[in-house]
Design a binder for this molecule. Sequence first.
Ligand SMILES: NC(=O)c1ccc[n+]([C@@H]2O[C@H](COP(=O)([O-])OP(=O)(O)OC[C@H]3O[C@@H](n4cnc5c(N)ncnc54)[C@H](OP(=O)(O)O)[C@@H]3O)[C@@H](O)[C@H]2O)c1
Length: 244
Amino acid sequence: MNLLVLGANSDVAYAVAAAFARHEKASILLASRNMELLEKKVQDLTIRYGVEVSCCYFDVTDFESHSAFYESLQKKPDVVVYSAGYMPEQQEDAQKNYKEAQKIFAINFSGAAAMLEVVAADFEKQGHGTIIGISSVAGERGRQSNYIYGSSKAAFNSYLSGMRNRLCKRGVHVMTVLPGFIHTKMTESLELPELLTAQPEEVAEDIYRAFRKKKNIIYTKWFWRWIMAVIKGIPEAVFKRMGL
Ligand SMILES: NC(=O)c1ccc[n+]([C@@H]2O[C@H](COP(=O)([O-])OP(=O)(O)OC[C@H]3O[C@@H](n4cnc5c(N)ncnc54)[C@H](OP(=O)(O)O)[C@@H]3O)[C@@H](O)[C@H]2O)c1
């Protein structure tokens, strides 16, 4: 199995790559911007799991490069994981600086969508393949503290749903991952409730298990399905007055 990980310097992405190396002995290509960090991850995965791992430069906001990037891959992937993400502080950064909001949308949604269209066209032609999009429960209902990031994830959720609808008739599977809180560099400056916060390795195992079972949408950890059911069930007239 050939695995391509986009945004591979994400802590979750690394754990997912490790899970595929451990369980599938997959050949792995890590693609992201920070090459120094990527090379360390290549060494680490190679030593730990004895699998074939390499890395290459990939910037999802460089839309023009997407087709050439994919064409340049020596081995075409069977599974693509999209894990790049960007979540700056909202009130001081994203609300006041539209460039930050644009960057949130480019990394979490529009760049992802443009790149995954290139992958989808190839998978559709081959008649097989799996696309795993790492989104967020934040996309399920906008909250005052995080609605710019949340709306980019809502767009990504909708995109993945439509792509799944299109590609399931072509032998291609699309899985949406909706994580809650995870201890990663994205959240290191936040005070997260310990009981609700997962380690990247736990999320990665959930993703791998769901991949094996060909799940369409997963919440990780599992209890976020129920937390979000409650949050989505709150009437708008009440929700708008809450300080979430
Ligand atoms: N952590 C959480 O609590 C949480 C919760 C729900 C959902 N998520 C989602 O889960 C995914 C993984 O999150 P994480 O916490 O593992 O993130 P992370 O450790 O902060 O890593 C995010 C990675 O995205 C990559 N990236 C950013 N801009 C990019 C670009 N223009 N092109 C290519 N790669 C780019 C960066 O790679 P470089 O270093 O190479 O630039 C960075 O390492 C994200 O989509 C995130 O939104 C996270």
